[in-house]
Design a protein around this ligand. Structure first.
Ligand SMILES: [Zn+2]
Length: 500
């Protein structure tokens, strides 16, 4: 009889953020009741524990995807690279008002993609449409069945989606309506969230967070309500900030009472502090980074979607120098096409070259830290997740070093970040439970899911074709809104050249 959540993982090379990140030492890991109990040589399995032979494997902390939206997983591969203003026309309708069968299937597909890529925890900033309990049930049951850890945060906003577009008044009324010019009442949304947290208390593999969509889509009253909810339940807060150049212009033009800064606006609403994580920050100023760092607020970078949606490159070197807390995410499948933290880590390191032509500083082990411990901190789980340490939750990934990407083996940190694609992910453990074993999912019938999604796609594809047709007249207006953003001057110095 095996005891659930008890394992002995024998003979792997165990990645330690604080040890030799290039040549990690071999050790056994004893897991009891879903937590790491002991790490060391020649450990003995406790009665009922399953033994996993990790010889020839690198054991790393499970990767955490700190920014993701499960609502448009089925959109992957639908778009070429497309500016955000135009992308909104298509992705917004395809994420909402879908059948519960489709919602379950898309949640499972995203969860399995994450797990297969060594992501043991995903932060789902869900666009929940409709705002209804049975849809929450559907999503959380799918996550439970997949066995992935989830930081769940349905998004709230009391300013309509149109608030994402600069100079929205210039759009014809029909286009304004298409983007979205209605929002739900504040109390309805916050009371609903509080009720869901009560119905599904955090614990085991479920965690909650609060997600006001973006400062330009939230009145002070909503942000104050979000801050209070997060305080009451000790939750992290995630919100989209400075994703595009247009959003920086919106800050300058509509938030002049707050110095033209979203950071100042959020500070005035009580949001700026260790709970806050702003997502993207492509167009943040150095002074704002410093302010974030001083408040121990965090920034979650999403280079994959920022490039796909033509938003630009977040200034990696400036962010690093400011000392601000950093995390990494993969963002929507409609805007990045993939849930793969190996790609996110690699881009983080490579984009440093945009402002740093000199060698170094050696970012691979930092990227690994951001994708694990840094991302755990965004959800206020930094003492429980993101490292292989006694007392931490046993979310672990075994990388098969027989994969060609590990021949020859020169550095664990560098090859994880620059070489590994996810192909070497062999075994994935969440809370002491093996959910991927020898590359096969133990929790969900992948073949059945494939058949189901193929059936669902008949409706989905027909609906998408209808959306494309209905957006034809609006497209030139959004293209023009995008062009105006780029022809308007913006007072922002980015990619500050190094001085030596
Ligand atoms: Zn997002």
């Amino acid at each position: 009889m095996t005891v659930p959540g008890s394992l002995l993982i024998k003979g792997g090379m165990v990645y330690d953020h604080d040890g030799d990140v290039h040549r990690p030492a071999r050790a056994d890991i004893r897991v009891e009741q879903g937590r790491i109990a002991e790490i060391g040589p020649n450990l003995v399995a406790s009665p009922g524990a399953e033994t996993i032979d990790a010889a020839g494997h690198l054991v790393m902390p499970g990767l955490i995807n700190a920014h993701y939206h499960s609502h448009d997983v089925l959109c992957r591969g639908l778009f070429e690279e497309l500016p955000l203003e135009m992308w909104l026309l298509y992705t917004l309708p395809m994420g909402g008002n879908r059948s519960k069968e489709e919602v379950r299937a898309r949640t499972l597909v995203g969860a399995l993609e994450c797990l297969r890529a060594g992501i043991t925890c995903v932060q789902d900033m869900l666009g929940l449409v409709p705002f209804a309990e049975d849809y929450v049930d559907t999503v959380l049951e799918a996550y439970r069945d997949a066995g992935i850890r989830t930081v769940f945060s349905p998004m709230v906003s009391d300013i309509p989606a149109l608030g994402m577009v600069r100079n929205k008044e210039a759009l014809p009324p029909a286009v304004q309506e298409m983007i979205g010019n209605k929002a739900l009442p504040i109390d309805l949304q916050l009371d609903f969230l509080a009720a869901q947290i009560g119905r599904y208390p955090a614990g085991d593999r479920l965690h909650w967070a609060v997600a006001p969509f973006a400062p330009q889509r939230a009145t002070p009253k909503l942000l104050e309500g979000c801050a209070a909810l997060a305080e009451k339940h000790d939750l992290g807060i995630y919100t989209h900030v400075y994703e595009t150049r247009g959003q920086a212009l919106i800050a300058r033009e509509l938030f002049s009472a707050f110095g033209g800064s979203f950071i100042d606006y959020m500070a005035a609403c009580g949001l700026l502090g260790p709970r806050l994580n702003i997502v993207h920050s492509v167009w943040i100023s150095r002074a704002e980074m410093d302010r974030m760092a001083a408040a121990d607020a965090g920034i979650v970078l999403n280079h994959l979607s920022n490039m796909k949606l033509k938003s630009g490159i977040a200034p990696v070197v400036d962010l690093r120098e400011s000392g601000v807390r950093l995390g990494l995410g993969c963002d929507n499948c409609s805007g990045s096409d993939v849930q793969n933290m190996f790609q996110a880590m690699k881009l983080f390191c490579l984009f440093a070259a945009v402002s740093e032509p000199e060698p170094g500083p050696g970012l691979a082990h930092e990227a690994l830290r951001h994708a694990t411990l840094g991302n755990a901190r965004t959800a206020r789980l930094g003492q429980e997740l993101g490292a292989i340490r006694p007392g931490y939750r046993a979310d672990l990934v075994l990388i098969d070093m027989a994969d060609i990407g590990w021949l020859p083996f020169n550095s664990a940190a560098r090859q994880l970040v620059y070489t590994e694609t996810g192909r070497g992910v062999d075994t994935v453990i969440v809370e002491g439970r093996v959910v991927i074993r020898e590359r096969k999912c133990t929790t969900i019938d992948e073949a059945a899911l494939r058949r189901e999604v193929e059936g669902l796609m008949r409706h989905f594809s027909a609906d998408y074709a209808a959306v494309v047709e209905s957006r034809k007249a609006a497209l030139p207006h959004m293209r023009e809104a995008h062009a105006r953003v780029w022809s308007t001057p913006l007072d922002l110095q980015r990619f500050i050249p190094r001085t030596r």
